[in-house]
Design a protein around this ligand. Structure first.
Ligand SMILES: Cc1ncc(COP(=O)(O)O)c(C=O)c1O
Length: 466
């Protein structure tokens, strides 16, 4: 396979040469393969934050010059965040919150759902696009096939079955486990045929593919969308919720207090204009600046380069990983790489618990990734085909604080800084695990399910900057 070793995007990321302690007392250059959880910061984001800080002051409240600059930065960031995903800024509002979870909870609080409304929720969802709906309406899950793709027949059948009670289709833009990309515009068209809006959780999609919400006159438009800065190389606590102004103009905001009002007397409240009405408390101007700087970076580099880099990595990883004895990859594992797939690869090693594999990779390989169910328990249970009886048994164990046998996989997920060389190192480590040649003796803490090498202590305090 021809591949280029160089990755020019890597130099745009902060912290790429950091060395971390590994078993035996030496240090290794850290490799980060947990980008689906949170990405490292862009250098341009850090620069923007640093340049902004001398001008940082109260947003929306102060009269001084710095307040004017901070307010302008905060408001401009909203515009950029909307434009980035093709929002219709005349009719939609862009609300800043702290993460995707908060954004989806706000939407669940603000949509006029009834207890007997149906929310069709794909089985692929992160808990954040499933649990908020369960407490407001009746969630009906859409099934998946053996590779974790959505079952379209089931989706159509459920629209037919529950019409006209279906109040919302909740769909991820990309699975945070298998990287599967549901055809969101096709599903939006279907939902609209049944008079139903769609919310797309774009937490995973936004850093990897261009998004166009499209105008409301287009049958394939996206009604509501969320994404977060910490998965877009801007980890400063800002996420985005976009939706039509009508939704948020009607009714009271779910969070009330400072910033949300225009005028209050002892009895009455006049709510502020949007998005202020929905952004309670002091705004996070630094997070807004960071997100805006990340968006400018994405615009400058362009998705063509970003997608091509990612596809090169995942193609290479899938090919090399499948050469390892005893590995099992979940989801679509074709190294020919279909278009509907991002760079997230879940896997298990025969005979080795997922937590132990992750621990060996970290303590001996200096590789950071994630293991477990990735906050998408129902999807993971379906992928691993866990029978209901076994699931009950596991639930009971967890109630009793025993987590040594919690099911899950290990996940590698790629970001802008990753290289094929880093994948080579991962493959080397996985071969070591497959051959049982790792150095440590790993013991599990049954209460947390975490594995650690016996006798190895890390002084994490030494790395704290305060
Ligand atoms: C698809 C998806 N949705 C939602 C979330 C939750 O995001 P946040 O941590 O920003 O609340 C995640 C986080 O991993 C995710 O992958």
């Amino acid at each position: 396979m021809s591949r280029s070793r160089s990755n020019k995007l890597r130099n745009d990321i902060a912290g790429i040469n950091v060395k971390v302690p590994v078993l035996g007392g030496s240090y290794k250059r850290f490799i980060y393969f947990d980008n689906a959880a949170s990405t490292p910061p862009l250098k341009s984001v850090l620069r923007a934050v640093e340049e902004f800080m001398p001008y940082y002051a109260s947003v929306h409240r102060g009269s001084g010059f710095k307040s004017l600059v901070s307010t302008k930065a905060y408001e401009e960031a909203h515009r950029l965040a909307g434009e980035f995903v093709g929002a219709d800024l005349d009719n939609q509002t862009v609300i800043f919150l702290k993460n995707t979870t908060e954004a989806l909870n706000k939407l669940a609080n603000r949509l006029p759902l009834k207890k007997d409304s149906i929310v069709l929720c794909s089985l692929l969802e992160h808990h954040s696009n499933d649990l908020p709906w369960r407490f407001k309406a009746k969630v009906v899950h859409i099934e998946i096939d053996g590779e974790g793709r959505l079952d379209e027949q089931d989706l159509e059948g459920k629209f037919e079955k529950y019409y006209p009670r279906v109040a919302l289709l909740a769909m991820t833009g990309a699975s945070n486990i298998t990287g599967f990309l549901p055809p969101i515009h096709k599903y939006a068209r279907l939902a609209h045929q049944y008079g139903c809006p769609i919310v797309v959780d774009a937490a995973q999609l936004a850093p990897h593919r261009p998004i166009n919400m499209k105008k409301a006159s287009d049958p394939e438009h996206i009604d509501y969308l969320t994404y977060a800065g910490h998965k877009m190389y801007a980890p400063f606590g800002t996420a985005v919720l976009i939706g039509d102004r009508e939704t948020f103009l009607s009714g009271d905001p779910d969070q009330k207090g400072g910033g949300t009002v225009s005028i209050v007397d002892r009895k009455k409240v006049v709510w502020a204009h949007l998005p202020n009405k929905e952004e309670a408390g002091s705004p996070n101007a630094v997070g807004a600046v960071a997100l805006a700087a990340a968006i400018k970076y994405f615009r400058r580099v362009g998705f063509k380069k970003i997608v091509s880099h990612e596809r090169q990595l995942v193609k290479y990883a899938l090919k090399r990983m499948q050469e390892i004895d005893g590995i099992r990859i979940y989801g679509d594992k074709r190294a020919s790489l279909p278009e509907d797939r991002l760079g997230s690869v879940p896997f298990l090693m025969e005979g080795e618990p997922h937590g132990k594999v992750a621990a060996i990779l970290s303590y001996e390989g200096g590789i950071g990734l994630r293991n477990g169910c990735f906050c998408a328990n129902p999807f993971m249970q379906a992928l691993l085909k866990i029978p209901p009886k076994k699931l009950k048994q596991i639930q009971q164990q967890i109630r009793e604080s025993y987590r040594a046998e919690v099911p899950g996989t290990v996940r590698v997920s790629f970001g802008l800084q990753n290289t094929t060389r880093e994948i080579d190192h991962l493959i080397k480590m996985l071969n070591i695990i497959s051959e049982g040649k790792y150095k440590g003796k790993y013991v599990v803490n049954p209460r947390t399910g975490e594995y650690r090498p016996k006798g190895f202590k890390l002084d994490l305090h030494a790395f704290l900057p305060f």
